[in-house]
Design a binder for this molecule. Sequence first.
Ligand code: NAP
Length: 243
Amino acid sequence: MNDLKDRIALVTGASRGIGAGIALALARSGASVAVNYRERADAAQQVCADIRALGRNALAVQADVSVAAEVSRLVADVERELGPIEILVNNAGIAIPRKLEDITESEWDLVLNINVKSMFLVTQAVIGGMRQRKWGRIINLSSVAAQTGGAVGAHYASSKAAMIGFTHSCANAYVKEGITANAIAPALIETDMVTANQNASPALIPMGHFGAVDDVASVAVMLATNSYMTGQTISVNGGWYLT
Ligand code: NAP
C-alpha cells in the first residue's frame, strides 16, 4: 500500500503501544514518520529503525507534549528534518486508575494536561501549515471512557470526552480547507497502559479478549487516507459500546 507515499506524519507518544503501532502502519502505507516520545529513547529509536527498514524516513524526537515550549521545538525539528507535518496523530496519553474520591488535584491536572492540553498545543502548532497547503489529517486517540466512563476514572474519562469535543470543533472549523479531524475510541488494547490497570479485565469486553495495537492502527491509516470522513469517532472496542 502506498496511499500515503511522500506524506509526513507526526505521532505523539509513539515509542510503544498504540502510537508505535500507528507509526509503523502509516510508514507501511508510504508515510515518513516522526516518532515523539517522553522518556523511552531506546524504544523510540527501535520504532524508527523498523520504519527505516520499510524504506521510509523516520525521526525520533523527545518532547513532553503537554509543555508549549517543547511542542514548538518538536514541530520545528520535525519540519526541518522531514518536512511539513500533514498527518497529526494526537496519541500521547496517560492513565492513573483512581476512584473519584482518591483523585488528587495534581493527578487531575497531570491527566488533563497530558491527554488534552497536548492535543491543543500540537494541533495549534501544525494547523497553520495544513491550512496553507489545504491538506491535513488530524487523528485524536479518545477512548471508550468518553462513552461509558471506562475503567480508569473520572479524570481520564473527562479528558477523553474533551478530545471528542475538540475533534468536532476542528472538523467544523476546517471542513472547507481539505483538513479532516476524527477520533478513535479504543478499548481495551493490550498495551502497558492496560496491563498496568487492575480494573482493565477482558471480562469487560463482550468479545472476551483484549484488542491488538494493529486493530487501532488500521483505523488510523483509514482515517489518514480517507478524504470525506470528518468529525467522527470510530469505536474499536470488542463490542463494549455500540454506536
Ligand atoms: P502506553 O502504552 O502507556 O504508551 C503511552 C505513550 O505515550 C508512550 O509512548 C509514552 O512515551 C507517551 N507519552 C506519555 N506521556 C507523554 C508526554 N507527556 N509527552 C510525550 N509522550 C508521552 O499507552 P497506549 O495504551 O498505547 O495508549 C495510547 C493512547 O491511546 C493514549 O492516549 C490512551 O489514552 C489511548 N487509549 C488506549 C487504550 C488502550 O486500551 N490501550 C484505550 C483507549 C484509549 P514513553 O514511552 O517515552 O513514556
